[in-house]
Structures are given as C-alpha cells and as structure tokens.
Design a protein around this ligand. Structure first.
Ligand code: AMP
Ligand code: MG
Length: 352
C-alpha cells in the first residue's frame, strides 16, 4: 500500500459461481459511494455508482483521467436502458438482443437521471451490459448502473487481471474483486446510435462485419486518423523511454523488424520485440515476447495488454511491435497498438 492511502481489500471470487457474500459486500461499497474494481469479459473496470456524481468524480481523480472523457455505464438487465437513455432506435433493440451481454457499448441520448460528470458534459450516454457473472451480480446487488472505465491509470494499459489493477491503483480503490483473467482482454466496441448512419467510435470486441449483418451500413471511424470519440492519447509508459515502433503487416515485415532491432542494438539500445510465436526465434539479442499465434488473433488480443505491461519491467529503450492485418479483431489490436506510438520518434536518428 502506498503511504497515506487507504487499504485496498482483495476479494478472490470464483468466476463462474461467484461467492455472493463477497459480491454483496462489494456492492455495498458501491452503494456507499466507494470504488470497486471488478472483472468484466473485456478488461477490469474501476466501478462507482453511475448515478452518484461524487462517487464518479473519484474515478477521474484516481485514474488521473481528464474530465471530458465520458464513462461507460454498465447494467445488469437489458431493460435498464430505458431508464438511462431516450429516443432508443429500433435497431438498438436488435443489437441488444444479439450482442448483450457482451462487448458492445451503445451511445444514446441520455436521460435526465445521469449526472453530467458521467458523460463529460455530452447529451449522450454510453451503456453496455457486460458478459461476466461477477460483474452482473455486482451491478444487480448495487441496484444502480455502475460507471466503469478500465481500472488503470489514464493512458496506461487496460488491466486483464487483478494484479494489474493492484500495480496501478493499490491504496486508491476500496475493493478489488479478483475473478481471475478476463476472457477477451480488449475493450468493447463503442457504437454511436445518435447519428445516421450509425458510427463505430471505437473498434473493439464486436467486429464491424457482425454489426453490418444487423445494421447494413455502419460508418467506421478511420483507424489511421485521430479517433473522433474523446479518447486519450497514450502515456509514455509503454517502455521507460516511451518509444514504440509498430511495423505494418507486409511481405517484408519481419525483415524490417530485424533491421530495426539490429540498428538500435548497434547504437547501444536495449530492444524489446513483440511478435507472434512463429517469429519468436528471429530476434537474437533482443528481449522477445510472444503475443500469440498469428492465426489465433483472439489469443493475441487477449494477451496484448499483459504482454505490453510485461515489457515495462524489462528496462528496454525501444519496443518494436509486429503489426497485424487491419481486419476484424486484427483492426482492434492495431487500434490499441497505434495508441502507444510515440509519434515524435525519429528512427533514422539512431542509424549508423
Ligand atoms: P473507457 O471507459 O476508457 O473504456 O472509454 C470509454 C469510451 O467510450 C471512450 O472512448 C469514450 O470516448 C466513449 N464514450 C463514452 N461515452 C460517450 C459518449 N457519450 N459519446 C461518445 N463516446 C463516448
Ligand atoms: Mg481505458
């Protein structure tokens, strides 16, 4: 525990059959305006009573998150959406039937009961129903929507296990409900239903192709351009120097990565390389970490944040990451990796 902070209590809970007493205890803390970190299927959330402005303000201060980045409200029953949002289009009900509980966040015009702090002053609110028994029970017993961004410091990597939460927020949250590793490892897709055609503001766990099956036309915010949803830029915490190079998926990708690695090594830099298993043995002399098999992108997504986090303990000067094809879940992985890039890095500066 950090000096001067409260003691964070950890409740270990069985993920498929959560011990109800522990969940009820955590729910009471939410009701009393406290902070509870809990697992969802995507990442661990930092939860507070979503209808209590003071409780929600703690989320922003603990995460050091700017006040204009809105929070997602998590609900345990589909019909709660009618209390929180108005002008719900017919398509929303189809989406809810198919994708909830699950990693799809819907942005809708907000109802009056939602505090301004939750929506960062916007007239719309983001809502989702997580697919995790612990999260659902916690929300149910708290009898309130739970506002919950990822339980990490602003700009850092989303936590996919309780230890990650502890690493970032020990002493700042009242309870961490430890339900083991999350199953998806990557955040929800955020879909704006307040505009036509509907617009994906953040790519995530539900892929565009599946949304199109239901909605027909969906506009995707261009991954290469700045995301229009008010999300944050990345903290220089990827590695101590904050340098990361994401090498696009091309025929010459691995050769390009090898060339970069050797160039940085020759200039005395300690190089980290994040690759798929197939390429594990191609980077002698670098700190190599495997994200998964290239043909198993779901596992790569699941391991993404924990692999990035593990580099922060390696004292590397630069991280070279293998990029993926920008398609389906590969697009989501690339979106998250791209947020890590230090745009000011001058690769040629280290050329000899
Ligand atoms: P996080 O809580 O960090 O997983 O991020 C929540 C995401 O949802 C951010 O990218 C927000 O910009 C987006 N979001 C939340 N509420 C709204 C809203 N009312 N309008 C547009 N985007 C939103
Ligand atoms: Mg986050």
């Amino acid at each position: 525990m950090k000096k001067g902070l409260k003691k964070t209590i950890i409740f270990k809970v069985n993920s498929s059959h959560p011990q109800l007493e522990k969940i009820k205890n955590a729910a009471n803390v939410i009701k009393q305006g406290g902070l509870v970190a809990f697992p969802t299927e995507t990442v661990y959330g930092l939860g507070a009573d979503g209808l209590n402005a003071k409780a929600c303000s703690k989320i922003f201060s603990v995460k050091k998150r700017p006040a204009n980045i809105p929070l997602i409200l998590h609900i345990a029953s589909k019909k709660t959406i009618f209390d929180l949002a108005k002008k719900i289009p017919r398509e929303a009900e189809d989406l809810i039937d198919i994708f909830w509980p699950g990693p799809l966040t819907l942005v809708l015009p907000k109802s009056r009961i939602i505090p301004q702090i939750v929506t960062g002053g916007l007239d719309s609110v983001a809502i989702r129903m997580p697919n995790n028994p612990i999260a659902l029970k916690l929300i149910k017993y708290a009898k309130t929507p739970i506002a919950a961004p990822s339980a990490n410091l602003y700009g850092g990597h989303s936590p996919t296990c309780a230890q990650h939460v502890l690493d970032d927020l020990d002493g700042c949250v009242d309870i961490i409900v430890d339900g083991g590793k999350t199953s998806l490892g990557i955040e929800s897709t955020v879909l704006d239903l307040t505009v036509k055609p509907f617009r994906v503001l953040r790519v995530g766990g539900i892929i565009e192709k599946d949304l199109r099956k239901i909605l027909g036309k969906v506009k995707l915010v261009d991954n290469r351009k700045k995301i229009k949803s008010p999300a944050g830029n990345f903290h220089p915490s990827v590695c101590p120097s904050g340098k990361m190079i994401l090498v696009e998926k091309t025929k010459g990708q691995i050769g390009e990565m090898q060339e970069l690695a050797s160039r940085f090594r020759k200039s005395g830099k300690r190089v980290g390389v994040m690759v798929t298993k197939e390429n594990k043995n191609k980077f002698n002399g670098s700190v190599v970490k495997v994200i998964g098999l290239e043909k198993d992108l779901k596992t790569c997504a699941l391991n993404l944040f924990s692999t990035l986090r593990s580099f922060s303990k390696e004292n590397i000067d630069v991280l070279i990451a293998q990029g993926f094809k920008r398609k389906d879940i590969g697009l989501t992985i690339m979106n998250r990796l791209q947020k890590n890039i230090d745009k000011d890095i001058d690769i040629d500066k280290d050329k000899k």
